[in-house]
Design a protein around this ligand. Structure first.
Ligand SMILES: Cc1ncc(COP(=O)(O)O)c(C=O)c1O
Length: 1020
């Protein structure tokens, strides 16, 4: 029955109010809800209780409503926690009855109201949410197991196992390629589904998890969570797997990579209600069939209502999904779903692997060397390989070849072995990238084994086979000349072996179909550039199913699909036979590293991100995790001139290889460094102490100040942090007032933060600086009453306090008060100094002051432990009171070499200018975002030391703490590192290495734009 052909008089809100009163004894306001044929109303009573009143289309049959009531009742009994509507009985205790609101008899019933919004258009739909949906659908089906109802056996056009009807409407699809696509789906439907049908599990299923029926709850700064499943009107008795197929078809709407959406759904479902192998086998065709039903249904409607543009728009995502599926080999989807269920991806895989394991000793050697007994060198080509280092130049073919040759020579090995299932950074061309962004996941995981031997070495077949494919994939970093052999195990299962990077001439005569005997030399190892431009080696890979990819079957997989692809290409060592003992123990997976760290290392050493990162390589403004995923580093200020900067690395390495000792002997590095540092400072800052950490340096600054003044008291800024030692915790309100803190010591005086965004004096007040500084005067007097002020210490742009830019005139006035009280002024330049601010080399210069003591650390060694204190002759003289000053590692020749190299790079690469240029460009981009995203309350900072303060309301400045942490977590998922800070934890901190480029700023701004557009942080 086509309800659409029988338009009914719509029930009104007044009808709903009356029906609620008469049938349910409920006084409520009614608000219509969108619905195609029925009239649904949200009711709200005086005490805020919400209900849904459903006035069904007159053509609706009572038995279907009855079925829904029975099913919902059963779910409520069996799984009361599952968020589906409850049916509310009316005054006479019935679940539904007929009324005639507009003259026609209509079924009226009432449901509880589920809060939330439909998942349609939600941003972001994460894999976790889809997995949650899959699990909820499984719970539904578990609750409905054994449920029967006379109405459930109906024929429904949406039932994907009854899709034959679309055949007669194919002519409505005008576009020939699209029509052919649906025909392909129907051909598979006939061949795979119709035959499998009798064996499949059946039950009554909900079968309508579309994007309008799945509700999610959104709270600011929290991941969207599933909050309900609605509309049981399409329940049918069909194959149980149709449940997940319908949800999968809708989840894949518009997706470029539909598997990314479907896999988590399947995994979530399977976790609660395990799918059978024969169900997984038909899932792909069921999903495609349901999509085909969807597009043909739209075509039918367009034909019935020509010119309705809405219909064309609404069918576009289904076509996009269908087309995306069509680009994928069907068995790949099947294998991907099996993998999502924890099954071996290829059903015949275990039999092949078992046979390979059992027959291993019988296989012929692939090379002239016996890999079972001869010494081989297992090479470390992983992302974090110390042999390769971080510099991409090391990955250039000739250098890589030389590195490998030298390593093999040093080890006395005739064969170098490149490992299977190893994530590598060596796949540098665009063919390994998933998209344009450098932070998108790349293919990194090696699916074969590399055998490094000189070019021309013969390559032999390990077992009998037939030549299946001969090709030359000439693109750089591809296979080059390759051969694929086909083999069969005695029980008939087929598999393939692939040999890549061969010598072109050696395979010139090979034709597909040619038999190759075990031990027969059928090819020779090639040389660059003709071998795909790799170091000389043969790549050997087992392939269980070529999937139609043939010569393009991947030799390297994306880490996110690691189990799938390693399942399709088991370890080639099954045929090579290299003894397991030759392989070094692989690095532990991230979970083990985390567990070991929790066990072995102090607990309050915090780890960033809810999903911690294991970083194994750093190059300039990028960090790389163990899977080779690149992260744009917008957070770390310590690698000032770039991670692993070659000039700094070389300086450290060379000095370390020559001498590292202490300052009790003369060495020119120390005085050279002191000379270079002091030359960057204004007079009278001329005396240097070189140390290991900023904490050590701030401790020394305190001692200098106290020795010089003979006093104890110190003025600090609210929310300041100066280091982790006992003395510095005492002068760090961020710590002593924070969790675990022991409060303020009497000798510490805390000045209010001169925050002109949030504090009492704002940017529109030209006198804000001196007004904030007046508090320093008052505190100096307070210290005076206690025996005198020793020092005032402040960061010249407070960082932990939230990337605060001090208002103009603040430090000048504060320093005046301090000096008038006899104290000294200490500038903590640990984070902001050294050119980062762009306009000036030192932060204090931006305030037009000269401190008495300057403290440096963090970035000045580019990651090598190095810190310094620079002060005046007078203060240094007071400190030289007879007590020796000695820091064992402070100022050692290696540290000073690092410091000198950093200064060289700053100058050579004009990094201060770059900080100003790129920083200004980034600020402009962030300010443009602030025009569109109300969450951004403030963009502040200078050069590449920036803060974004997030607020829920630009008037009240209500801090958006949860949103800030959401943004940082989501940026990390998009491959960008930033952090949060500030006393309200609502400031996004941006302070990248100074090699950050305009292109990086573009990536950052685009990603931030995407995240700020997501529902949990969007302010409308
Ligand atoms: C402003 C400031 N001073 C001093 C320190 C202490 O540095 P370190 O941990 O190198 O001792 C820090 C560290 O975060 C800092 O941010």
């Amino acid at each position: 029955m086509d309800i659409g052909a029988h338009p009914a008089t719509r029930a009104t809100a007044q009808d709903a109010v009356r029906l609620a009163r008469e049938l349910y004894g409920l006084e409520a306001k009614a608000c219509p809800l969108p619905s195609e044929y029925d009239d649904n109303f949200r009711l709200e009573t005086g005490d805020g209780t919400r209900r849904v009143l459903k006035v069904m289309h007159p053509m609706r049959e009572a038995r279907f409503i009855d079925m829904q009531c029975a099913a919902l009742g059963r779910i409520a009994d069996r799984d009361p926690a599952l968020a589906v509507p409850r049916v509310i009985p009316n005054r006479v205790g019935r679940l539904w009855l007929k009324a005639a609101p507009a003259g026609e008899d209509r079924i009226v019933w009432m449901l509880s109201y589920l809060p939330g919004r439909p998942i349609a258009g939600l941003r972001p739909v994460t894999p976790d949410l889809l997995e949650e949906l899959g699990a909820a659908l499984a719970r539904l089906d578990l609750a409905l197991a054994g449920f029967t109802h006379p109405a459930a056996g109906r024929e429904l056009k949406w039932d994907p196992v009854r899709a034959g009807w679309i055949r007669t409407h194919l002519g409505l699809v005008q576009d020939a390629p699209r029509r052919a696509l649906v025909e392909r789906v129907l051909a598979r439907y006939d061949a795979e589904l119709v035959t499998a049908l009798p064996g499949l599990r059946r039950s009554v299923v909900y079968a309508d998890a579309n994007e309008h029926n799945v509700l999610v709850s959104i709270e600011p700064g929290r991941r969207p969570r599933l909050s309900g499943i609605l509309d049981f009107g399409d329940m049918i008795e069909t194959v149980t797997v149709a449940e997940i197929a319908v949800a999968a078809a809708h989840a894949s709407f518009g997706a470029a990579d539909p598997l990314a959406a479907v896999r988590p759904l399947v995994a979530g479902y399977h976790r609660r209600l395990p799918l059978m192998e024969d169900e997984v086998a038909v899932l792909d065709i069921l999903v495609r069939t349901r999509l085909a039903v969807s597009v043909i249904n739209s075509a039918c409607r367009s034909a019935a209502e020509p010119g309705d543009p809405y219909l064309t728009v609404s069918e576009a995502p289904a076509w996009a999904a269908l087309e995306a599926f069509d680009r994928m080999p069907p068995r790949l989807a099947h294998y991907a779903y099996r993998d999502a269920c924890g099954l071996p991806p290829a059903p015949h895989g275990p039999a092949v692997v078992r046979w390979l394991e059992e027959s291993g000793d019988a296989f012929a050697q692939v090379l002239e060397h016996d890999l079972r007994s001869e010494p081989v060198l297992v090479l470390d080509l992983s992302v974090g390989s110390p042999m390769l280092g971080a510099d991409p130049a090391n990955l250039e073919t000739s250098r890589l070849a030389e590195t490998i040759e030298v390593a093999m020579k040093d080890a006395g090995a005739a064969v170098g072995v490149g490992r299977y299932d190893e994530a590598r950074a060596i796949y540098t061309t665009g063919a390994f990238a998933a998209g344009g962004s450098p932070t998108a996941e790349r293919r990194t995981v090696h699916l074969g084994i590399d055998l490094s031997v000189p070019p021309g070495s013969p390559v032999r077949a390990p077992l009998d086979g037939t030549v299946h494919f001969v090709a030359d994939n000439a693109a750089p970093k591809d296979y080059g000349p390759l051969v694929i052999l086909r083999h069969a195990v005695p029980t008939g299962e087929e598999f393939f072996t692939l040999y890549g990077h061969l010598d072109r001439n050696s395979i010139a005569g090979l034709e597909p179909g040619k038999s190759i005997r075990a031990g027969e030399a059928f090819a020779a190892v090639g040389a660059p550039p003709a071998n795909g431009d790799w170091w000389p080696h043969v790549h050997v890979q087992i392939i269980l199913d070529l999937l139609g990819f043939d010569e393009d079957f991947p030799g390297v997989a994306a880490p996110g699909r690691r189990a799938l692809w390693t399942g399709l290409s088991p370890d080639a060592n099954l045929i090579l036979g290299i003894p397991a003992g030759r392989f070094p123990r692989p690095d532990p997976p991230k979970t083990e590293t985390l567990a070991a760290r929790r066990r072995l290392v102090g607990r309050n050493l915090s780890v960033s991100y809810s999903e911690p990162l294991k970083i194994v390589r750093g190059w300039m403004q990028y960090l790389y995790d163990e899977t080779g995923r690149a992260y744009l580093d917008a957070y770390n200020n310590v690698p000032l001139v770039g991670h692993s900067h070659p000039r700094v690395v070389r300086a450290i390495r060379e000095q370390m290889a020559l001498l590292n000792t202490n300052t009790r002997y003369l060495h020119d590095n120390l005085v050279r460094y002191a000379e270079r540092l002091t030359a960057l400072m204004p007079a009278p800052l001329r005396v240097c102490y070189v140390l290991n950490s900023a904490s050590e340096a701030n401790e020394l600054a305190l001692r200098l100040a106290r020795e010089h003044t003979g006093r104890e008291d110190v003025i600090v800024l609210e929310s300041a942090y100066h280091g982790h030692t006992t003395g510095l915790i005492d002068i760090s309100p961020y710590k002593f007032n924070g969790p675990g803190g022991r409060g303020r010591k009497p000798w510490v005086h805390v000045a209010p933060l001169p925050d002109d965004y949030r504090g009492p004096f704002r940017r529109d007040d030209p006198e804000a600086g001196p007004k904030y500084a007046a508090a320093v005067g008052r505190l100096a007097a307070e210290a005076g009453a206690r025996g005198g002020l020793a020092a005032f210490i402040a960061e010249t742009l407070p960082s932990v306090a939230g990337q605060i830019v001090l208002p103009r005139g603040y430090l000048a006035e504060a320093y005046r008060h301090v000096r008038a009280a006899g104290g000294v002024c200490v500038a903590d330049e640990v984070q902001v100094g050294f050119g980062r601010l762009g306009t000036h080399f030192w932060g204090f210069e931006t305030q037009g002051v000269i401190p008495d003591i300057v403290v440096l650390g963090k970035p000045i060694g580019n990651g090598f432990p190095l810190a310094a204190v620079v002060t005046t002759e007078a203060i240094a003289a007071s400190f030289a009171n007879g007590m020796e000053f000695f820091s064992t590692f402070g100022g050692n020749p290696v540290a000073c070499a690092a410091g000198l190299a950093v200064l060289d790079v700053m100058k050579l690469e004009r990094l201060q200018d770059r900080a100003l240029r790129v920083g200004s460009y980034l600020i402009a981009g962030l300010e443009r975002l602030a025009e569109r995203h109300l969450l951004i309350g403030d963009v502040r900072g200078s050069g590449l030391f920036l803060g974004l303060e997030l607020v829920r309301d630009r008037r009240t400045l209500e801090p958006a703490e949860a949103e800030a942490s959401y943004v940082v977590e989501r940026l990390r998922e998009l491959g960008i590192l930033a952090g949060t800070d500030g006393p309200l934890r609502n400031v996004i901190k941006i302070r990248p290495p100074l090699c950050f480029a305009e292109a990086d700023a573009d990536i950052f701004v685009a990603a931030l734009d995407q995240v700020l557009s997501e529902d949990p942080v969007r302010i409308t």
